[in-house]
Write a protein that binds this ligand. Structure first.
Ligand SMILES: [Fe+2]
Ligand SMILES: [Fe+2]
Length: 163
């Protein structure tokens, strides 16, 4: 795989802000982690950390994205979210695109570029703001822990021990 280096104004691709919050603590934490990974990938390319480092972060990002989608989809099925099918289609579509891209990268037909990063950034922010934020009122009405709300007893205990 080739890594293309292009000049960019900043090391940070996405700044987390409240506009990205879905209002559910656990999901916000996962989205923040995805944002961090995308920024890490951006830095690796920007700072020319090399192909191996870039590939490793990209794989981490792809793996974590799949885990995150699986968590959201499980919650939707457990809670009976009415728009589950449409939401899952969006997830499947991105995973298909990523697999195609990984094939191209593996066969040397594409490179990890800032264009790819911008595609991932646009997709992630758009999906969070247009699709994920739609399920939050439904999840919250069924007992999801709101961002910033008091945590469960187990959560508070964990924080007091390790936080
Ligand atoms: Fe999400
Ligand atoms: Fe989603």
């Amino acid at each position: 795989m080739t890594v293309t280096h292009l000049a960019t104004a900043s090391d940070t691709l996405i700044e987390w802000s409240d506009t990205l919050s879905v209002g559910i603590q656990e999901i916000d934490d996962q989205h923040r982690f995805l944002v961090d990974l995308l920024n890490k990938l951006h830095r690796a390319i920007h700072q020319r950390q090399g192909t191996a480092a870039t590939e490793t972060i990209l794989m981490e990002l792809v793996d974590y994205t799949k885990i995150h989608f699986a968590v959201e989809e499980s919650l939707m099925r457990i809670l009976g979210y009415p728009a589950y099918d449409e939401h899952k289609q969006q997830h499947d579509h991105l995973i298909d695109e990523i697999h195609e891209l990984q094939d191209k990268l593996a066969s040397g037909k594409a490179s990890v570029t800032f264009e790819l990063l911008h595609f991932l950034r646009t997709w992630l922010t758009k999906h969070i703001m247009e699709e994920d934020q739609h399920y939050s009122p439904f999840f919250l009405s069924r007992g999801a822990v709101a961002t910033g709300a008091n945590q469960s007893v187990a959560g508070r205990l964990w924080k007091s021990l390790f936080g």
